[in-house]
Design a protein around this ligand. Structure first.
Ligand SMILES: Nc1ncnc2c1ncn2[C@@H]1O[C@H](COP(=O)(O)OP(=O)(O)OP(=O)(O)O)[C@@H](O)[C@H]1O
Ligand SMILES: [Mg+2]
Length: 413
């Protein structure tokens, strides 16, 4: 078997020797372990032996998901079999963490190749956004090869800042506008979050946010924390997550979750799976910095529903802890931080964002009213539930989400 011999690196730290299969891109052999503390969180080591299946799941999980909108066409254009093969072409480098692979005898250094301080090519991003493959000198070096999530997206250097540019799903393409609305609501409520703006390109909206990771930090998705130990059947998913954070010494998980759950109720978020929030860590010292600011709140506000469904408020999916938002609200430990006065004009805020001139092809007045009124209704209902003490904290396994899966938009593109 032919393989690429390399070392898994965590920024400067040598973690483990690997051999990657040339044809499939998967890890076929694990060699000497140099730094097990720097292994990705959740990978088991028993008697010094790394679980290869787990490490492979993590490694292949770095590739673009096969459910990404437009990925089949992009692979055809690139004449590449699968997204795992793209990983090797960029040494597995990402703009969300510090892992990479250093081919044996290549003498490559982090300084030379990381995407935080070095520029990267637009070629892969162009193909992911539907352009034809450049005839000559195609450059595969791009953090787009390791970007996660199902919506069409690319990293772009805009005014020297690394920004994630992300589309929406058909027919309403609402997610980019929703990101802006969620950002404005979180601004009002003092919830730490990533600001988003909207950029229009050929009549299509994209959300733009800056990279919140730099060369010293990294994002550990909540699912890595959740899977770091086994949950017993009597412990709720919420309690298990909080316990895992405590074991790691991650501070402020509860107040963070209070805010995230409340926001998700207000905007009727339908896709807060365990990859859509996480924890920040210093990649060199492995010190925990705290919960990451809230990002990816776009699959909300009835993004895929018609006005009548939005008004009825039925069929709203809830994640990551409970199947229903009102049940999930019962996990909140305190609403004392929540200032309803700041949301007194929430209807106007939403109407203004959705009434952008460029959005006319996707939004009509009826849709905009339904969305704005449904949020106002939810805000009032939340206030009422708090006043009448219907939301005293209750943490049981009842109504727990059983499987954590991201919304798939492939049928809707
Ligand atoms: N501003 C950012 N800085 C660093 N990493 C980010 C940023 N925004 C997103 N990411 C990373 O990129 C991944 C994909 O982004 P995002 O969740 O916004 O996309 P998505 O397509 O909406 O995802 P989903 O499949 O949940 O719908 C995130 O899970 C996170 O790991
Ligand atoms: Mg996401």
């Amino acid at each position: 078997m032919n393989g690429l011999k390399c070392t898994l690196m965590h920024k400067y730290i040598h973690v483990v020797e690997l051999e990657l299969d040339d044809a499939t891109g998967v890890i076929c052999k694990i060699g000497t372990v140099f730094g097990s503390k720097h292994l990705p969180i959740g990978i088991s080591v028993r008697k010094g032996v790394i679980d290869r299946a787990e490490l492979n799941e993590w490694w292949t999980g770095r590739s673009i998901p096969t459910s990404r909108s437009g990925i089949r066409e992009a692979l055809e254009t690139l004449e590449i079999q699968n997204t795992k093969m793209l990983l090797i072409r960029c040494y597995g480098l990402s703009l969300s963490d510090q892992y990479w692979i250093c081919p044996k005898d290549s003498n490559l250094t982090w300084e030379e190749i990381n995407f935080f301080s070095n520029e990267f090519s637009d070629d892969i991003g162009d193909v992911l956004f539907g352009e034809k493959k450049k005839a000559n000198a195609f450059n595969f070096s791009s953090p787009d090869n390791t970007s996660d999530g199902n919506l069409k997206k690319r990293w772009k250097i805009i005014d020297r800042r690394r920004c994630l540019v992300k589309g929406g799903s058909n027919p309403y393409r609402q997610q980019p506008l929703n990101e802006v609305i969620a950002h404005k609501i979180m601004d009002r409520l003092n919830i730490p979050h990533i600001p988003y703006t909207v950029m229009w390109s050929q009549g299509v909206p994209y959300s733009v946010c800056e990279d919140f990771i730099n060369e010293n930090t990294e994002l550990i998705p909540a699912w890595c924390i959740l899977n770091s130990s086994k949950r017993d059947n009597n412990t709720s998913v919420y309690q298990h997550f909080v316990n895992c954070c405590e074991t790691f010494g991650i501070k402020d998980a509860v107040p963070f979750l209070d805010r995230m759950i409340t926001l998700d109720y207000i905007i009727a978020n339908e896709d807060r799976h365990f990859n859509n929030f996480g924890v920040l860590r210093n990649a060199e010292t492995l010190e925990w910095i705290g919960m990451a600011p809230i990002y990816d709140s776009g699959s909300s506000l009835g993004y895929d529903k018609v006005p009548a469904q939005i008004r009825s408020g039925q069929e709203i999916i809830c994640k990551p802890f409970k199947n229903h938002h009102e049940e999930q609200l019962k996990l909140v430990s305190s609403f004392e931080w929540l200032n309803f006065r700041k949301l007194s004009d929430v209807k106007e805020l939403i109407t203004e964002v959705l009434s952008a001139e460029e959005a006319k092809d996707y939004m009509d007045e009826n849709r905009i009213h339904s969305i704005a009124e449904s949020v106002e209704y939810r805000v009032n209902r939340l206030q009422q539930m708090i006043l009448t003490e219907k939301l005293s904290q209750s943490i049981s396994t009842q109504d727990d989400v059983e499987r954590d899966i991201a919304a798939d938009y492939t049928q809707k593109m």
